[in-house]
Design a protein around this ligand. Structure first.
Ligand code: PLP
Length: 483
């Protein structure tokens, strides 16, 4: 049986169900599988013509023991996930005309219009399935830079065994993103807009960690996470790398590059792990905006925190790419003592420096670029003017990074991950293209509908978030779950 343990080495080894329901490992580390399953070229050849859903079944079966989720149950869970996606194939591709063999992987056809839907739909269904089986209730708490929150809120809405507390930095996400959370009428969804977050979304993670560290509170409310701290999200995100590769590669084994707009490194951690499992991706491109912690890690070997820049690709305005620690575990032969020491050094000093051997190992198969707002906007405008295709600011960061690294990428097919629908960023696009030039692709009916709905949310100042949120969550729990 494939079990899970903390990348920091503390706490017990747990089975898949516990790893998913806990979210965080008990020592504050991130759960990792005890070993990475391997995929052969013969497996990949068999999977080449599978639908996204059928492929997800095969990939997830490598991680989930049948004694925990049977094949029938896994199929049913996956069947329920993608009904609300706008496109039956779940993830379509668009080939750009003005670049050689460059494909946009459109990951934004879920109900909240970002790639988070692809993984979150399954993740929430799975958690709810476990909870129903145990007749238990969980409170999930999620911090968002604009896309995880709507996805978590949408999929938790109306599920009787779950509550979702969704924290977002007020003013640092778009109104369209905010309304995706605040216009849901369901009683188990609690959006909390937080004013004055000096470091953006990262501040919210600090408060969530404090709540987690409070054992009495955590146990009473049964706190868990569906952020990409949760292994389930990473596991699920490996699937779209397999899918992308198998759709675009001319044959199994042929090199394909993938460029990924990155902030917390959840998505790319999944890509890196898919490659380690045996998926022959040539290069993965780490596409950062000006908040370039990942770029410093991949070019200088330094994990360091610097002041935040507010950018047009706001969902990747992330200072601490937490999932890099999870990926690193697989590059140091599972040496949890090393991971613990680096993580603690970073928490204490704001910086961790990796030795040359470690850096050489984790950099294998990665290239990295930090893209300025000017370059992002120029890329959106050029692609729109030249071929009437509208990128969102995050997909544009990926395309810009791929353009800049072209000489090093070896002329192989390139898949750029478009992680959000342009309709989530109307202000930026209107400013760039002009209000009278906005194409249909810049709008979406769900965003338009949300503009004329009532909003329901809590608001709070960051300076007293910890105390205020704890009190609100406690009161809510006592009212709805009397002892
Ligand atoms: C639109 C969009 N693109 C990219 C990312 C970055 O993903 P990750 O944090 O997994 O690197 C996010 C995450 O918040 C996002 O919302």
């Amino acid at each position: 049986m494939l079990n899970y343990k903390s990348n920091k080495g503390g706490g017990p080894t747990v089975d898949f169900e516990k790893a998913i329901l806990d979210g965080y490992a008990s020592d504050g580390g991130l759960y990792v599988p005890e070993y990475l399953p391997k995929v052969t070229h013969s497996d990949l050849n068999k999977w080449k013509s599978l639908s996204y859903k059928a492929l997800a079944f095969e990939v997830l079966s490598l991680f989930i023991d049948r004694s925990i989720v049977s094949a029938v149950e896994l199929r049913l869970l996956l069947d329920e996930c993608y009904d609300t996606f706008e496109i039956k194939e779940v993830i379509p591709f668009h080939q750009l005309e003005t670049r050689d063999e460059t494909y946009i992987m459109e990951l934004f056809y879920g109900p909240t219009l970002s790639f988070k839907d692809v993984g979150m739909s399954f993740m929430v269904n799975l958690v709810n399935f476990f909870l129903k089986r145990k007749s238990e209730h969980l409170s999930v708490i999620v911090a968002t830079t604009g896309d995880t929150g709507p996805a978590a809120a949408h999929f938790v809405a109306g599920k009787s065994n779950l509550d979702a507390w969704v924290l977002y930095p007020k003013g640092l996400i778009t109104e369209a993103q905010e309304r995706q959370m605040t216009t849901l009428p369901h009683a188990n969804v609690h959006p909390v807009g937080v004013f004055n977050c000096p470091e953006g979304g990262d501040d919210l993670d600090v408060v969530i960690s404090q709540l987690y560290a409070d054992d009495a509170f955590k146990n009473k409310l049964k706190l868990s996470s569906v952020n990409s701290l949760n292994w389930g999200r990473i596991m699920m995100q490996t699937v779209h790398y397999f899918y992308g590769y198998l759709r675009i590669a001319k044959e199994v084994g042929a090199p394909v590059n993938m460029a990924v707009p990155s902030g917390g490194f959840g998505n790319l951690c999944a890509g890196g792990l898919a490659r380690k499992m045996g998926l022959p991706i040539h290069y993965l491109v780490v596409a950062n905006n000006q908040n370039a912690c990942l770029n410093r890690i991949f070019t200088q070997g330094v994990f360091s925190k610097q002041p935040i820049h507010e950018t047009v690709s706001s969902a990747i305005d992330i200072l601490v790419p937490i999932n890099f620690w999870r990926f690193l575990y697989f590059n140091v032969e599972g040496d949890t003592a090393k991971i613990k020491e680096w993580m603690e050094t970073f928490e204490r000093t704001g910086q961790a420096i990796f030795d040359a051997e470690t850096m050489a190992e984790y950099r294998k198969g990665f290239l990295s670029k930090s893209i300025s707002d000017e370059q992002t906007l120029k890329t959106i405008k050029n692609v729109f003017d030249e071929e009437y295709y509208l990128l969102d600011p995050h997909g544009a960061v990926a395309v810009a990074a791929a353009d800049q690294l072209k000489a090093q990428l070896g002329g192989h097919p390139m898949i750029c991950l478009a992680t959000a629908h342009p309709a989530k960023f109307p202000e930026t696009l209107e400013r760039l293209l002009g209000a009278d030039q906005m194409p249909r692709a810049a709008m979406h009916p769900s965003i338009e509908e949300a503009k004329v709905k009532c909003q329901k949310n809590y608001t709070c100042h960051y300076s007293h978030l910890h105390t205020a949120l704890k009190e609100t969550m406690n009161t809510h729990w006592d009212l709805h779950h009397p002892a």
